[in-house]
Ligand binder design. Structure first.
Ligand code: MLT
Length: 334
């Protein structure tokens, strides 16, 4: 992409969405030879709403990455269709490293759920590395009667026709967890899709929807403050920041086990030299004490150094595409 190309893209996105520039200087365009990379600000696309869990994690690492790269890192939210709108746009971006995609487990479910997908998660991207793997929680509006997961299962079963499950669109993590939760409970309830679990949890707090699964990076504060009711975590081990919540297995739903891995991608023609520089910055960000502390407070942690690599993310992506194609067969977004 030319300098002016990047400038106009940022202006176009920035007008409608939620940009955040890290580092002091104003956002501006630029670009050039891979050897000089980066000589301009970098845009990280988040495929869900601002204020949600993917956005939160991205903004945590953006600042130390910006410091390491010596340019600004600008977060842009492009919502829609469970993250596939953003991934499709990112796949079409110039392969110069100045447009990076942050995406999660949804990158691996999209090929199964969206038969007309306009990008190939494996072929259209180069991987930079895994970022974090986040536990999920089962939560409900605070005035819902049940106080345990077992009671919630009974309540949802008894009110199957009227109860509502919020999620962030087909293929989002909250949708996947919602599918597994309904399978484990043996129910099919009315689903209410949002553009991200930022707005979904706002409606849960407001009592407009009944229950949902969401990542601890979005729910920890809401659970501990009592704004929503927490029932269980979806991990095999308890989550330190939510010591009062049992695992779903302990609470009687042993089929409900899922974590949400996040990774960074660039278009497939991006030069390896650029990928290496982005990867080095990611490695630095994941060792940043501020990032470690913020993630820890929200129930997660940076991945280990050997996971924050292109190979580890490629392996994860490919194995999860296979795994989810079985679990989700028969479900499509169209
Ligand atoms: C978000 O950032 O809103 C989420 O990651 C949505 C989801 O996948 O459930």
């Amino acid at each position: 992409m030319t300098t002016s190309g990047r400038k106009s893209r940022l202006l176009r996105l920035g007008a409608a969405l939620t940009p955040l520039c890290f580092m002091a200087a104003a956002c501006s365009g630029g670009g050039g030879d891979p050897a000089d990379f980066p000589d301009d600000n970098i845009e990280v696309i988040v495929p869900f709403s601002a204020g949600g869990p993917t956005d939160t994690v991205t903004r945590m690492i953006a600042e130390p990455m910006a410091e390491e790269l010596g340019v600004q890192v600008v977060v842009q939210n492009i919502e829609g269709a469970g993250g596939t709108v953003a991934a499709g746009e990112a796949a079409q971006a110039d392969a110069d490293g100045y447009t990076v995609l942050m995406h999660h487990i949804g990158m691996s479910t999209a090929p199964t759920l969206y038969p007309d997908l306009d990008f190939n998660p494996v072929e259209d991207f180069k991987t930079i590395g895994l970022v974090t793997e986040v536990p999920m929680t089962v939560i409900a509006r605070k005035d819902l009667e049940p106080t345990t997961l077992e009671e919630l299962t009974t309540y949802v079963t008894d009110n199957e026709d009227s109860v509502t499950l919020a999620h962030a669109g087909i293929g989002s993590a909250s949708h996947l967890c919602g599918v597994l939760l309904q399978q484990a409970m043996g129910v099919e309830v009315q689903e209410v899709p949002y553009d991200g679990t930022g707005p979904a949890i706002a409606d849960l707090v407001g009592g407009q929807v009944d229950f949902m699964c969401d990542q601890t990076t979005n729910t920890t504060t809401q659970i501990t403050s009592g704004a929503v009711k927490g029932y269980a975590v979806t991990t095999t081990e308890p989550v330190e920041s939510l010591p009062d919540l049992p695992t779903a297995a302990e609470a009687g739903l042993d089929e409900l086990e899922v974590t949400v891995w996040h990774g960074l991608y660039v278009p497939s023609d991006t030069p390896d030299e650029v990928v290496e520089k982005l990867n080095s910055a990611l490695q630095v960000a994941l060792k940043d004490q501020g990032v470690i502390d913020q993630m820890g407070d929200l129930g997660t942690a940076p991945v280990a150094e050997d996971q924050a690599t292109p190979d580890a993310l490629t392996q994860k992506l490919e194995s999860e595409i296979d795994a989810w194609s079985g679990v989700l067969s028969g479900i499509t977004a169209e």
